[in-house]
Write a protein that binds this ligand. Sequence first.
Ligand code: TEU
Length: 546
Amino acid sequence: MSQTDWRKSVVYQIYPKSFNDTTGNGQGDLNGIIDKLDYLAYLGVDYIWLTPIYPSPMNDNGYDISDYYQINEQFGTLDDFKKLLETAHQYGLKVMLDIVFNHTSTDHTWFQQALADPESPYRDYYFFRKGRNGGPPTNWQSKFGGNAWQYEPNSGEYYLHLFDVSQADLNWENEHVRQSLYDIVKYWMSYGVDGFRFDVINLISKDRFEDSDAIGKEYYTDGPRVHDFIHEMNRETFGDREMMTVGEMSSTTIDHCIRYTQPERQELNSVFNFHHLKVDYAEGEKWTESQLDFHKLKEILIEWQLGIYEGGGWNAIFWCNHDQPRIVSRFGDDSTEAMRQRSAKMLAIVLHMLQGTPYIFQGEEIGMTNPHFDKLSQYRDVESLNAYDSLQEAGKTEPEIMRILAQKSRDNARTPMQWDDSAQAGFTEGEPWIEVSDNYKEINVQQAMNDEQSVLQTYRKLIQLRHNYDVVTYGNIEPLYMAHDQLFIYRRNDEHNSWLIIANFSNEAVAIPEDLDTTGQTVIENEPDLLAEGKIPAYGAIVIDQ
Ligand code: TEU
């Protein structure tokens, strides 16, 4: 396969609001992204993905879109966007947009017209239903807390919102809805964008509204017509073009993900799933203080790696995004500078040696940590603020709630990008919309670019390895020593290479299993002469060509 095969690509995710502010209003903008494209080219990634930049009341930071055809003036103008696209292309970077089609903002004109006139054709763009026994139509829960149906007093009906009350679910059963959405995809394609990330796209097919033990999940997850709808969108929009497409899949299965991504089915290139990140949820519950279940992490990663590979599908692989805590604080160790660096590199090596398309979330490449907020006033995220209320209702004490939020809040990912050691980490000349992490003087891009041993240099090298060695992209995966309590060991093989990956997820040195042959050429390691003493140090990681 050629060097330009999209399968060899690495994607960098930008959360524009927290990336780089050029106006001094405390929020990032498109010009701020343009100013940093040289840095992204230096890093070596192939694509950038921008989380939503369209007009929005920003109740969910842009995932509540009120107009799919414009740019949010907070981020800039359509001309700024065109310039971004053009400049990115000059740097050899491709651009993916984030498309939110499961729901619109309730400020969207479709919803407004549906509200104004219950006879309007736009009423059927959404799910309006009568209540039952004086309550909502079903017991479905919103993913952001509370019942998923909102009462609308004018008509006496309820509308469905699987997320915030200001994010009304769209009715994909209605053909006009689908055609309107496809027009949006075609519109952005006409500007020359190179790909799309589709938000919670496996929730779009809903046709049964009944109470359920799983609070609705079995009726709206990977619903009855979801594959038909995605296939239809593919055929009507991007299908015949070279487009990078990734679907975000909520609580999905391997079987469905194979179907979403087998090329002959003409749906999507690749999928995100989250099972490997639910391994620090106590009994499946996110809003708990809990530890990493290392065995579960390995089992899930390997199960998906093997399942998708064997089924001929394609995974997106990632530790971080704008909804997840920082990985180095989560599965690594940010308690000392040495361990932060080593564990961030270890996690990078483990992920980038897996099969699939790797995603890097802004700041991950320099080992940014959770900000360790300890006051409610430091949080901004709607999900976190709702969680605070529910935890309080559940009788948790204030210090307990603060510990849970510090571990689990989506704001952990959303603090401003740390560019240098100047005020506000060089992110803004004003007051940032959310506090900068107070470790920015040590952890920042400028420092990392000047330090040959930085986490950033490990990321650069991993990207180059993927570009240069086919085994990383196309090789199969062979799990080894799965029962080991501290080490994650696997092999990648193709007809030319066999690479052995060994990673220590614990904070102590561990003996290498006696019968494991570690001879060969070191491809990458996170400390010089890592295995010199016959042991692998705390958070050590190495790749050996055998
Ligand atoms: O996320 C979907 C999703 O399922 C997440 O909300 C996830 O459950 C949660 O963040 C984990 O706690 C997407 C976007 O990535 C997210 O930012 C949006 O809030 C959401 O869709 C609604 O559009």
